[in-house]
Every structure is written in structure tokens, then in C-alpha cells.
Design a protein around this ligand. Structure first.
Ligand code: HXC
Length: 262
């Protein structure tokens, strides 16, 4: 498939490489339109299905991860159209079907749908230039791709209300303090650092990586008691894998593990 709105490449070597998707509508600060979201979904599913890929990175430009859903494409939409076409529902949530880890590399603006897209990723590594916000309220709408749901879970009610009701931005330092981002790195090293993190994940055993992601998502999305049952069963299941034997044997033999992803 050829893409018009994203760049798709692989990085690294060996059995499991990193799939890198770069949002690429620089003139519109990567505003997210239908075509871009269709392409992003297709690229993510293709990487997820590719045995040579162990981890996926979604990045933007230096100036913007994404400045939101494309306002020019939304401005004249009517209620009937958004309902009948399943606006957002039809192509924004493909990311949630991806089983491999997805890391957001955020520099510059991550606003509105851009912030929501970053929050759909498994974790966010931010450049010190990153600015997060849900400014929808300033244009007469509210977040529509999880901003009112994932942001409170990430940063708590008070800060989420502050962001959603005022539309203000938070910088990378505030986002890290609040727990929205996992790490901050200097802007000129963002991609390099995120790819190194992804490369580290690629070295690990895929069965345990997929299981770990699913378990943490249970914590984020469901009640504690059900999450605990799910985690325990998943934990037990990993004792059926060769990677568990290899990982533990390697530790005891003081050597590097050779995970075969089985
Ligand atoms: C369409 C956008 C855009 C957007 C920026 N552009 N954001 N086009 N949709 N969300 C375009 C501008 O129109 C402009 O095009 C070019 O990108 C550069 O932007 P400037 O405004 O000139 O840059 P700057 O002055 O640096 O300001 C940057 C900015 C500002 C603070 C990020 O662009 C801004 O406030 N953008 C809108 C942010 C926003 O409201 N996002 C939420 C959208 S609603 P031209 O052609 O003039 O050069 C949303 C709904 C989500 O996301 C719910 C469902 C998913």
C-alpha cells in the first residue's frame, strides 16, 4: 500500500525490528483527517501482522505530533452525517486492536485528537518541546476520541477537568509530573531515544510482551478484582512458554537470554 499522509519504515536488525510510522501532513501540523487515519490504521495492522516486527513507534514532526482532528474537514459536518458515517468510531480506534507495543514519540503540539491519539498508544515518550492539550472546548465541541476518559485516568480528575474545561496546554514537565508521559528527552534526540527503547522491547520474548500489554490494559480499563484474576491466569500461562524457561535459565547461568518468541 502506498501512503500519502504518513511515512512507514522499519528500523533495526534481526528477528524483530521496529515499525516506525511518521505522521506527515506538515503544512497542517499533522491535523488528522479521514485519509490519514485510514492509512495509520492500515499501517498499524500491517506491522502487527508482520512476524519481523516486535514494537511500533508512532511519531510526528519536530513542530507537532498532531494539532488535532482536521478542523477544516469537520467544520461543516452535520449531526446526521457524523452519526451515519460513524465519525471517529469508523477509523480512529484501529490502534486499540494492535497487540504489539505502540510507543508515541511526541514533540511539539499534541492537541485534541493528537493528544487522544498519543494516549491510545501504550506509552508516551515526550521531547522537552512537547505540549499537550484538549482545546476542543474553544471551538465549541468536546474531545471525541477518549480525551474525557483516558486523560482523567492518566492525570486524575482535577487536572483533566482543568485541561478539558479551559483548553489550556501543559508542557512536557507538567505532563511527566502528572503521569501522562513516561519519560522526557531532549527534542533533538527524541527519535533516537524512542527507537532505542523500542529496540530493547524487540529483544524480549514476544509472548510475555503481548501478555504484559494486555494485563496493564485490564488495569486501565476494568475493575481491580477482575484485573487481578486476569493477570494471575496470564502469569500462569507464561509457564507454558519456552521463553520463560530460557529467561530464567539464562539469569541463573549469568548469560544473556536468547528469546525465540515461543
Ligand atoms: C486543521 C490545522 C489544525 C487543525 C493547525 N492547522 N491545526 N488545520 N486542523 N487541528 C493548520 C493551520 O490552520 C495552519 O494552516 C497551519 O496548520 C499552521 O498552524 P498555525 O495556526 O498557523 O500555527 P501556530 O500559530 O504555530 O499555532 C499552532 C497551534 C494552532 C496552537 C497548534 O494551529 C491551533 O490552535 N490549532 C488548532 C488546535 C485545536 O483546536 N485542536 C483540536 C481540534 S478538534 P495555514 O493553511 O493557515 O497555514 C479535535 C477534535 C478531536 O481534535 C475529537 C475527535 C477526535
Amino acid at each position: 500500500m502506498t501512503y500519502q499522509n504518513i511515512l512507514v519504515e522499519t528500523r533495526g536488525e534481526g528477528a524483530h525490528r521496529t515499525g516506525l510510522v511518521t505522521l506527515n501532513r506538515p503544512k497542517a501540523l499533522n491535523a488528522l483527517n479521514d485519509a490519514l487515519m485510514d492509512e495509520l490504521g492500515a499501517a498499524l495492522l500491517a506491522f502487527d501482522a508482520d512476524d519481523a516486527i516486535g514494537c511500533i513507534v508512532v511519531a510526528g514532526s519536530e513542530r507537532a505530533f498532531a494539532a488535532g482532528a482536521d478542523i477544516s474537514a469537520m467544520a461543516r459536518l452535520e449531526y446526521r452525517e457524523v452519526v451515519l458515517s460513524g465519525f471517529i468510531t469508523r477509523n480512529w480506534e484501529t490502534m486499540l486492536r494492535v497487540r504489539k507495543p505502540v510507543i508515541a514519540a511526541v514533540a511539539g503540539f499534541a492537541l485534541g485528537g493528537g493528544c487522544e491519539l498519543a494516549m491510545m498508544c501504550d506509552f508516551i515518550i515526550a521531547a522537552d518541546s512537547a505540549k499537550f492539550g484538549q482545546p476542543e472546548i474553544k471551538i465549541g465541541i468536546i474531545p471525541g476520541a477518549g480525551g474525557t476518559q483516558r486523560l482523567p485516568r492518566a492525570v486524575g480528575k482535577s487536572k483533566a477537568m482543568d485541561m478539558v474545561l479551559t483548553g489550556r496546554m501543559m508542557d512536557a514537565a507538567e505532563a511527566e509530573r502528572a503521569g501522562l508521559v513516561s519519560r522526557i528527552v531532549p527534542a533533538d534526540r527524541l527519535l533516537e531515544e524512542v527507537l532505542a527503547v523500542a529496540e530493547g522491547i524487540c529483544q524480549l520474548g514476544l509472548p510475555s510482551i503481548l501478555t504484559a500489554k494486555e494485563c496493564v490494559n485490564r488495569a486501565f480499563e476494568g475493575p481491580l478484582t477482575e484485573g487481578m484474576v486476569y493477570e494471575r491466569e496470564a502469569f500462569h500461562r507464561l509457564f507454558a512458554t519456552e521463553d520463560q524457561k530460557e529467561g530464567m535459565d539464562a539469569f541463573l547461568a549469568k548469560r544473556k537470554p536468547d528469546f525465540r518468541h515461543r
